[in-house]
Design a protein around this ligand. Sequence first.
Ligand code: SDX
Length: 427
Amino acid sequence: MSKTAILEFDGKKYELPVIVGSENEAAIDIEKLRALTGAITLDPGYKNSGSCKSDITFLDGEEGILRYRGYSIEDLADKADFLEVAYLVIFGELPTKAELAQFETDIRKYTLVNEEMKNIIDGFPKTAHPMGVLSALTSALTAFNPKVVNVENDKEMYEAVCKTMGKFLVIATWTYRKMMGYPLNYYDNTKGYVENFMHLMFELPTGPYKASPVVVDALDKLFILHADHEQNCSTSTVRIVGSSHAGLFASISAGVSALWGPLHGGANQAVLEMLEAIQKDGGDAAKYMAKAKDKDDPFRLMGFGHRVYKNFDPRARIIKKAADEVLATLGVDDPILNIAKQLEEAALVDEYFVSRKLYPNVDFYSGIIYRALGIPTDMFTVMFAIGRLPGWIAQWKEMRINKEPIGRPRQIYTGHPLRDFVAMDKR
Ligand code: SDX
């Protein structure tokens, strides 16, 4: 691999350093490009631009590889639980049994949300989308936890991690309870983290609620699969907001808003709405395949394609298998799953999709499992946020500890050159 790249520009030659990562990815270091050449690079959507160096997640879009801190997603989904993976992603190593038990105990110290937060959620209409409510509540946590985290202090950082993991899960479920008009639940310290999600969501004052172990296990796996994904749209948002030294809650609130978009985390909701529309329209998958390929039709096959994966999204493989298992175990025969499989089979042999390397992504099957678990469609992207929280925390922490500079991209101006002001009566 060359150690430098030669740029010839405006009659001059420049030698730029090449940085090679631990998985032999190469980057041309352009930190001094503008100072040297007066020119910048232009890369809308940053498809070809690295924003940082990171030790957290490695993914190879061509090979369909995803690893957290060097461990394969397949191993972690099969052998670890969500809090164990959250600890790995955030702190860099798999926890010992004692460390994991302590992490769970310490999270439990912070799951109480200030009762005044209820005044904020009361202000929303029941029709408010849960992601909008979650972003607002996450930002509001700053008001009740104003202490600025000293990221150099391990104890303070650890406490902020536990506080965020504890409170975010509770307020995420409060968005559902608000939508349903139910009373808000509290974390139950006798239950595990993922089991608490089901308790917080579905326990009613009228009687005890016992989550099925099959459901808890499926959710645990789904949260693991969503835990981090290097510099995706919402994680890059968390990093750039945090780069101004805005607090962790404020940065995560911005990440929630970015995730909400249907091209990103909102796709899991859009997939179900698409499948339901296809079912309502007679279940003709071929008709919708044609729409997806029609340049004049804005319809896209939601859950297909990916900015980075130009092969099968490894998470989609695991989630598809889990969907079959969960629906079989729960005895759910969902025609929507059959429509999804028809679309997938058709797309995998269709020239339009094959030539553009459009494969099912993480969002294609997750919604089918959430639906089988009784999670309402509007809550699907909240589920994504709960899973992605450890990644957002880890990336924010890494960015701050590495003292990354404030994010401030340049631009190429294409507007009017200087012109004289025109008085009102002359316009
Ligand atoms: C997530 O980045 C991450 O890591 C994200 C994520 C994570 O874990 O954080 O993995 C989670 O966001 C997964 C993606 C969820 N989004 C969707 O499922 C929405 C549907 N997919 C697309 O909108 C699209 O595929 C994107 C946005 C995901 C990726 O878009 P790209 O890479 O910018 O691709 P593109 O828009 O440049 O499209 C390339 C071609 C175009 O056709 P041509 O102009 O070449 O003729 O492929 C076509 C597109 O029209 N295309 C699709 C399509 N996706 C791309 N055509 C039909 N259906 C689709 N879904």
